[in-house]
Design a protein around this ligand. Sequence first.
Ligand SMILES: [Zn+2]
Length: 195
Amino acid sequence: MSADNRLILAALDQESIPLEVKGGLPGLINELQDCGFIDTQLAQDPEQTFKSGKNFMDHISLVGCSPVYALDPDIEEPSGIVSFSPISDEPQFIYGSNSMTPKCPECREPLTHWKDLLAKPLQPCNTLKIAVQCHHCQQQNNLTSLRFRREAAVGRFFIFVHGIFPREAVPMDGLLQMLEKFMGSPMAYYYCQGK
Ligand SMILES: [Zn+2]
């Protein structure tokens, strides 16, 4: 299978979803189209998927020595597209094939079996229904208590920018501030890969 490299935007407040007073998700999508971050819709279900807009590069900053971002949607290796997750009733956890093994918060030993109960990379898992048991001290750890730096995200709603390798690009401050207004929470960004 082809690689799917994603920059993930999510609210720091794990319960935040697009604010109704701002028009909910349709209001957020309208705003992102107006500012040229996204263009026309490509797919509807289960994620709403859009072609990246003409001002996309005003909102995302490429870093690294030879960054290139392919703006043409490519089905083999998704790029140049932005998608929006469904809004979940409860916080979801998303990790990537690049996520490092977390340590047990209690005994600091690596949780080597952490993926056993989880769905595949990039597939949301309900954070309230899954605990990761430490095989060293036996503690049951909630997914939200584990540290993944920028390699896993938690939230009820995610924005996925496809075609970005880990730490290859960062969202610009203006984009984060605009999203904050629509989500009612400061934003954070993550990098997850799937295969
Ligand atoms: Zn432990």
